[in-house]
Ligand binder design. Structure first.
Ligand SMILES: [Zn+2]
Ligand SMILES: [Zn+2]
Length: 265
């Protein structure tokens, strides 16, 4: 199983999850044209996409969904609440391509098993996802205001984790956002701050984790050094092991591989 991002942050999101011939695009927060450009930068043609999965209806996750899916006949998977939201009704999806999912039931897309996870976020029926096959588990968790016991139990034992570290609480408090937006971002239905992300990581981390990628980082209310310090303090890992996704390029392909035992020379 391998994965990459075509961009991550409040200006647009898109994550690729790939196993054998199955290629899933998780969220499509760029225009269709821009998404195609970004997919090609990762070596993927839009015709290769098996499905677009949508986490929730905020613009940074759905901007190009309708156009891309109808242009290339790509099935879209989303909850009923997300499907009914105003932004998607304005530019409706082609009904032939719509697959309504429940956030409590796993389903398969080609050779990838997809487990939705209901999360607290200020959207109609938001879900995040754990992707797996017979060997690997990849967890993706962004746009979450607070950590629930269910989230902790589902994200245990992942081989790779893409985790939101949206903001640093004091940078947000002292930053330029208007008070209402500060309250929204920091609230229980907003976004994960560095400390919340670190505490979740501490709960779910195991030796099994090969990759940790930090995603959905606020460009205004966070600093990469603060993110690294929080996560290293939580699991005592090497700082260089933590990767950061960015708005322009996301991150390059990462592959889950069997650990090769180092034989003594
Ligand atoms: Zn978002
Ligand atoms: Zn959101």
């Amino acid at each position: 199983m391998r994965f990459a991002s075509i961009g991550s942050g409040s200006e647009g999101n898109g994550t690729l999850i790939c196993h054998k011939d199955t290629v899933i695009l998780l969220d499509c927060g760029f225009s269709a044209k821009e998404t195609v450009r970004r997919l090609r930068c990762k070596g993927i043609e839009p015709e290769q996409l098996s499905a677009i999965l949508v986490t929730h209806e905020h613009g940074d996750h759905i901007k190009g969904v309708s156009v891309l899916s109808s242009q290339y006949d790509i099935p879209v998977y989303l909850t009923w609440g997300t499907f009914c939201c105003k932004p998607l009704q304005k530019r409706p999806l082609d009904e032939r391509l719509v697959n309504i999912i429940t956030p409590h039931q796993s389903f398969a897309v080609g050779s990838i098993q997809v487990q939705p996870v209901p999360v607290p976020h200020d959207a109609r029926e938001p879900a995040q996802f754990v992707f797996s096959n017979e060997r690997w588990r990849l967890g993706v968790l962004t746009d979450v205001g607070s950590i629930t016991p269910h989230i902790i139990s589902v994200y245990e034992d992942c081989d790779a984790l893409l985790l939101e570290c949206n903001h640093d609480l004091s940078l947000l408090a002292n930053g330029s956002y208007p008070p209402a937006l500060k309250r929204r971002v920091a609230g229980d239905y907003g976004h994960l701050n560095n400390q919340q992300a670190a505490s979740l990581l501490q709960s779910v981390y195991s030796e099994r984790m090969q990759h940790l990628v930090v995603t959905h980082i606020s460009q205004k209310n966070n600093e990469l050094e603060k993110v690294t310090d929080s996560l290293v303090a939580a699991i005592h890992c090497c700082p260089d092991w933590i990767r950061m996704a960015d708005q322009d390029n996301g991150f390059e392909w990462m592959t889950l591989t069997e650990k090769v035992a180092v034989s003594e020379v």
